[in-house]
Ligand binder design. Structure first.
Ligand SMILES: *Cc1c(COP(=O)(O)O)cnc(C)c1O
Length: 351
């Protein structure tokens, strides 16, 4: 830290992303990316836009927003595009985060944004079984942020439970982060038509094979969208670059392909979960594209470092309340078979 840094940032602890190794020797199951490359039409659309990189991109993301509105079943005035959903979450904390509540175990960026913007943050504990008790969020009278399904547990609330939270906090914004919803939970986007205090965020990083392009969306009633657009235009009106706008538009046109891949990932997830349970591991009932695993006679660190030595990268959150577990992104069938075989060998070595 330099002596010039504003005191407000002196104690900031930045978010630490999962590692991105520079060599290709790992089976990468640590950052919940899609194991599949983008569809040919998406790669082609991005390549064609590369020819025009001398020109600024469309600050209104007109085409992309038109396609996204149709995909999400809302009006164009109800959707905005962002530089990853991290950006819309950042803006939501900036705009509505003075008093905020989120689960004590959830996406690691929430506490970072809370610190960055000096929020009065209430961290609500999970139940013993790692699920969210939606009643903890009723009538809180502060902004609420919940990932549904939650990360890294993969456990989901029902739309009815979320609606109760939204209805009982009508004077505050409720942000539902649907980063993983395409892998098996139910979206509450339809509720944005009924409630003016609901903001739903989406990302194309996981379900649409575009983590490297950075594309997320905010979906809400017109007033919240106007707020977020004001912040966007006060920071970077060109927040979604030209290649990403084209790639995102093409990805929506190929949505059926991506949804069938999500269903395949969900099937693989459930198959591997069954195998892990048979081998003595304990798992949450994940509806996301990852598994949250512990036990089997191994500590979280032993699983993480043992697998790493064997060429499989998983995510281990060291030092906190969940350090006995690892989060394993669901890759292809073949990748997951290697993961399972290596994990079982680790188990046998220990015996
Ligand atoms: C990955 C993730 C995000 C961020 O997605 P980007 O669009 O890549 O910024 C947001 N929320 C949760 C819960 C995530 O896991």
């Amino acid at each position: 830290m330099s002596s010039f840094l504003d005191k407000r940032f002196a104690s900031l602890e930045a978010y630490v992303p999962g590692e991105q190794p520079k060599d290709a020797k790992y089976i990468k199951l640590n950052t919940n990316e899609s194991p599949y490359p983008p569809s040919p039409a998406v790669a082609e659309a991005a390549r064609a836009e590369a020819e025009k990189l001398n020109l600024y991109c469309d600050p209104d993301c007109t085409l992309l927003r038109r396609e996204a509105a149709a995909l999400f079943g809302v009006g164009e005035e109800n959707v905005l595009a962002f530089n990853g959903s991290d950006e819309v979450l950042e803006f939501a904390f900036m705009a509505y985060g003075a008093k905020i509540a989120f689960p004590s175990i959830s996406y690691g960026f929430y506490p970072v944004f809370a610190r960055l913007f000096g929020s009065d943050a209430l961290k609500v504990p999970l139940r013993e079984d790692m699920s969210i008790d939606h009643r903890d969020y009723l009538s809180l009278g502060r902004t609420v942020v919940i990932a549904n399904p939650n990360a890294p547990t993969g456990l989901a609330l029902s739309p009815g439970q979320i609606e109760e939270i939204v209805r009982s906090n009508s004077g505050s914004v409720v942000v539902i982060d649907e980063a993983y919803v395409d892998f098996g939970a139910e979206s509450v986007i339809p509720l944005t038509k009924k409630y003016d205090n609901l903001l739903v965020t989406r990302t194309f990083s996981k379900s649409h094979s575009l983590a490297g392009a950075r594309l997320g969306f905010g979906i809400a009633g017109e007033e919240i969208i106007r707020d977020l657009n004001t912040i966007r235009n006060s920071t970077n009106p060109y927040n979604v670059n030209r290649m990403t706008q084209a790639a995102g538009t093409a990805a929506i046109r190929d949505n059926e392909l991506y949804m069938s891949r999500c269903r395949a990932v969900a099937r693989t997830r459930d198959r591997i979960a069954d195998e892990l349970k048979k081998a003595g591991f304990e798992l949450t009932a994940s509806k996301a594209n990852f598994l949250f695993v512990r036990g089997g006679g191994l500590s979280g660190e032993e699983i993480y470092s043992g697998l790493r030595k064997r060429g499989v990268l998983v995510r281990w959150f060291s030092g906190g309340a969940i350090s006995d577990r690892v989060r394993v992104s669901v890759g292809t069938e073949e990748q997951m078979d290697v993961f399972l075989a290596e994990l079982k060998e680790l188990q046998n070595e220990k015996k």
